[in-house]
Design a protein around this ligand. Sequence first.
Ligand code: DAT
Ligand code: MG
Length: 150
Amino acid sequence: SVKERTYIMVKPDGVQRNLVGEIIGRFEKRGFKLTALKLVHASPEHLEKHYADLAGKPFFPGLIKYMASGPVVAMVWEGLDAVKTGRVMLGATNPLQSPVGSIRGDFALAVGRNICHGSDSVENAEKEIKLWFPEGTIQYSLAQESMIYE
Ligand code: DAT
Ligand code: MG
């Protein structure tokens, strides 16, 4: 659906490495619509909710510490097949397995410093959007929509 939404986040390493504009630019240029955006220094408690499915993994404490080490850019992008296409644009979890041309494949090397997050299902996207944007998102129409969709 062209109304599908995904939660995309530039992680602390992406912010520190000045990749915020690069990542936003890729989603903009692909044709997706930005419907929410903020810079957040998240608490460990908030990040534990975001990554609740991974609690118990050996890397979980390190993941929370890294994600809480600095601000992240939280975003919602809307458009055709946004969840799956967003994941393709990010690349694989391990940057070494990510194709060149993907964000992780172009800018990262280590799984624990992989620059960006993207929702892995429509259901999880809606959960993550609620967690990061309890205030809601912005509805508006894109002027060039008829040039992006038939
Ligand atoms: P993804 O971010 O591709 O959805 P995930 O949800 O399985 O991957 O894991 C969330 C994050 O946790 C991932 O982006 C980086 C970190 N992570 C995953 N597997 C890891 C591992 N084996 N060692 C260290 N960090 C890992
Ligand atoms: Mg994930």
